[in-house]
Design a protein around this ligand. Structure first.
Ligand SMILES: [Mg+2]
Length: 258
């Protein structure tokens, strides 16, 4: 993995910034710091201000594991072109069958996990998120959740920050969602920034020259080619992206003012 903000890699960042690029961001742990109570997650004022400018310079989208309505509300006032929720599943045509499937899972899973302290199920309509942040024995909780989830049948499990996400098998993921939005917005390239296991669906697209995959935090197991040090550095990345587009403006009109 290489540091995207290092001097040596500014060239690649510029190359993408000067192309017809869509910028896509995960929310928690990427645009907003991770917090003990996820319902309180919010962007820093500086990030909000920078993202607003970035969204004027580039088509921007946010792809989150939260429900679409939840994350859209946190982005209110920022000109993003699309907000995608539920790890890529929402909005998506023809996923109502998946909604029914999740509705069927909920009572089964609640029954299975009823005796587990500190475990809570968040119903996000298209997926379930089982949180074990407040559990005292996290490993035992996680194991029990995974066992109960597998017993539901055809599921895909995605890990995260003290959460097990349960998705219908074969559901569109973040990578598929990004591809669809890139095409819809008539962009040639994409820059994607994410921090978690669910973002690996994007990183794994592995499209050199077409996708600039940036992970928040260095992790050798990640399929992302680039990283920023930690969540705080998102502001630096946004700043560099703004500068790059504004530079393009000056370079592409060299005769201006003569
Ligand atoms: Mg995240």
């Amino acid at each position: 993995m290489r540091h995207i903000l290092s001097r040596a890699n500014r060239g690649i960042l510029r190359q993408f910034a000067w192309s017809q690029a869509v910028l896509a961001f995960d929310y928690d742990g990427t645009l907003a710091p991770l917090v003990p109570k996820p319902e309180r997650a919010a962007m820093r004022e500086s990030t909000r201000r920078l993202l607003s400018i970035v969204a004027e310079e580039y088509p921007c989208i946010v792809i989150s594991g939260r429900s679409q309505g939840d994350v859209a509300q946190r982005l209110r006032g920022i000109g993003v072109r699309q907000v995608i929720g539920n790890h890529g599943l929402e909005p998506w045509p023809a996923t109502s069958g998946m909604r029914d499937e999740v509705a069927r899972w909920l009572p089964l899973l609640s029954g299975q996990l009823a005796g587990l302290r500190g475990v809570s199920i968040e119903n996000k309509a298209f997926t379930l998120a089982v949180h074990y942040r407040r559990s005292r024995s996290k490993k035992a909780a996680r194991d029990a959740i995974v066992t109960a989830a597998r017993a539901l049948g055809s599921v895909r499990l995605l890990g995260g920050e003290q959460v097990v996400n349960i998705l219908p098998a074969g559901a569109p993921h973040k990578g598929i969602a990004l591809e669809r939005e890139r095409a819809r917005l008539a962009c040639d390239t994409a820059i994607y920034v994410g921090d978690d296991e669910t973002d690996e669906d994007v990183f794994a697209l592995d499209q050199p020259g077409r996708l600039l995959a940036i992970r928040v935090g260095r992790d050798r197991a990640s399929a992302a080619a680039y990283y920023i040090e930690d969540q705080r550095c998102i502001d630096d990345l946004l700043r560099v992206l703004i500068e790059a587009r504004q530079d393009r403006g000056t370079i592409s009109h060299p005769a201006r003012g003569r």
